[in-house]
Ligand binder design. Structure first.
Ligand code: T4K
Length: 378
């Protein structure tokens, strides 16, 4: 290494959650304590649900205690069974949710640009047992929603979008939660908008929302009737209060992230072997993650080398998403998990590196991170 760049004197992580204004948060906590209602769809829950319907521009929304339970409930509400076609390039929860519903995941390869499920390959994976497509808007980049809709309509399949990364993503000004039968948002602490743990389902019809609301509350319809085997998926009042206090900061956070994305883009622009995130036309990206791809041959060092070496500088990146879900021991024997079926995903999962990306990251820090990475080639 030619230049002598010092390590950061504090750890720099891939993300840093937005903090609530403590005074505002305390006011809401006091209101919760005064009411003694800590959960079971109280005032904070009702208000947050209403605010998020507006923010996300969706017809109906149901809050959950986390995104994974929300996704499990989504599959239940659509009565999915048999097989679902899905992407291997995602967080474990996407595939595990199918397994928890006794649905066989059928892995489809991904698009080399968007890194989302390759809509052109879905049709060849459909069998008489297929009931759904479970796609992920990975890193907030929308899937090919029109092609997926066409296929689903032709074969009578349900469509669920895992929109865990896509809070605020839009296609031609339309909120991402309007596509498919159901979209799941995660409000985990590492997400742009968060409630520490939490999530939501955006749902097309009121009827489906009513069913989902029953599922997340043990199937309890009223004091005398339990109508289905539900689960406890309720968001607590504490989580909802945190969300209400954090929501007003999202616009500003996205503006700051936009500046950081531009800075990374210009600093890496001419670096051979580093591919920048794909930005599609007409699309507003949530700016949840900033993920580059490192081509070992062209850059001279592998993604794993860069990931490890950055730790010496107190920079902790993440290999989202490696390993592929299809390579986990619990799924790798499935015929669709064969690496030869997933050439693009196999290649990309060895190249991706999620860089530090949050509003408080200074442009000087961005420059320093880029210099450290560029210096690794020397
Ligand atoms: N579908 C997709 C496509 C998803 O990406 C996820 C979750 C889900 C479904 C499931 O949704 P949830 O059930 O989680 O709502 C993190 C998150 O735990 C996970 O929610 C997220 N995706 C995934 C992409 O990232 P890890 O294992 O990378 O988390 P962790 O703890 O290593 O955090 C990353 C960095 O963030 C840390 O190095 C430090 C920082 N951090 C983390 C936490 C938890 C903080 O600064 N504060 C914090 O409180 O999975």
């Amino acid at each position: 290494m030619k230049r002598n760049i010092k390590p950061f004197d504090r750890p720099v992580y891939v993300t840093r959650p937005i903090l609530p204004d403590i005074k505002e948060f305390s006011k809401r906590l006091k209101a919760i304590c005064d009411s003694r209602l800590f959960t079971n769809i109280g005032a904070q829950h009702v208000l947050l649900e209403k605010e998020l319907v507006r923010t996300l521009g969706v017809p109906n929304l149901s809050l959950f205690n986390n995104g994974t339970i929300a996704l499990i409930a989504a599959c239940q509400s659509l009565r999915l069974s048999g097989e679902a076609i899905t992407t291997p390039f995602t967080f474990p929860a996407t595939t595990h949710v199918l397994a928890w519903n006794n649905i066989k995941p059928v892995f489809c390869d991904i698009d080399p640009l968007t890194m989302n499920i390759d809509a052109n390959k879905i049709e060849s994976m459909i069998t008489p047992n297929t009931t759904a497509i479970l796609a992920v808007h990975v890193f907030g980049t929308p899937c090919n929603v029109s092609k997926i809709r066409q296929i689903a309509d032709r074969y009578g399949l349900k469509v669920i979008y895992d929109a865990a990364h896509a809070f605020g993503s839009e296609i031609n000004g339309k909120g991402i939660g309007n596509y498919g039968d159901i979209s799941m948002f995660s409000f985990h602490a590492t997400k742009l908008f968060h409630t520490a743990e939490g999530g939501a389902l955006a749902v097309k019809t009121k009827r489906l929302k009513q069913r989902i609301d029953l599922i997340k509350n043990h199937g309890i319809k009223n004091e005398d009737q339990v109508v289905m085997p539900g689960i406890n998926g309720k968001m607590s009042e504490l989580q909802a209060a945190l969300g209400l206090v954090i929501l007003p900061y999202i616009d500003e956070e996205q503006k700051k992230r936009q500046r950081i994305a531009i800075a990374y883009g210009s600093l890496f622009k001419d670096v051979e072997g580093i591919k920048l995130p794909y930005m599609a036309k007409g699309v507003k990206n949530s700016l949840q993650y900033y993920v580059i791809r490192i081509d070992k041959n062209a850059f001279g060092k592998s993604r794993d080398f860069v990931h490890e070496r950055l730790k010496r500088f107190n920079v902790f990146t993440r290999k989202y998403f490696h390993p592929l879900c299809s390579d986990y021991s619990c799924y790798k024997e499935l015929p669709s998990a064969s690496p030869s079926n997933l050439n693009v995903a196999q290649k990309i999962s060895k190249e991706v590196l999620s860089l530090p990306f949050y509003g408080d990251l200074s442009l000087d820090d961005v420059e320093r991170i880029c210099s450290i990475i560029k210096g690794m080639r020397d």
